[in-house]
Ligand binder design. Sequence first.
Ligand SMILES: [Mg+2]
Ligand SMILES: [Zn+2]
Length: 163
Amino acid sequence: MKTIFIDRDGCVNVRLVGNWVMNWNDFEFMPGAISGIAALKKAGYRLILVTNQRCINLGKFSEDKLDELHEQMQSSLKNEGGFFDKIYHCPHDRDENCGCRKPQPGMLLQAAKDFGDIELSQSIMLGDQESDRLASEAAGIKTFYEISEAQTIADAAKLILAP
Ligand SMILES: [Mg+2]
Ligand SMILES: [Zn+2]
């Protein structure tokens, strides 16, 4: 099934300078994120969120609170017709050498394993950082769109859905 992997901070929500987004009050959707995610979902794409959250293993945030935050995000997205089919997060810190913290491709490979019908070479990744691009490349994904204020998820969706 056609699948798009999307990074969270800096793509779906605005990054907080010098801190992690750890409560709903700090979760501000990026321009174009809600409409872009809805457009891709309506076009039949499977959407998978892949996010590094080392705040968890630093002891600053918990898995339960992260799930709660993501449920709130999902319900806001659903109000506009979009949602993520699955959310993967890496809780590890930089020095733990896990296989899932981007730029490692572990979350993407795990998704391919879990779903069984993801053709990674035909999949797409949207991210705001070099580590997102590197993770997608390492997973064999050939199409990467860099997301920023200048090219939002809605802009990328237009390019993806262009005939
Ligand atoms: Mg990011
Ligand atoms: Zn990890």
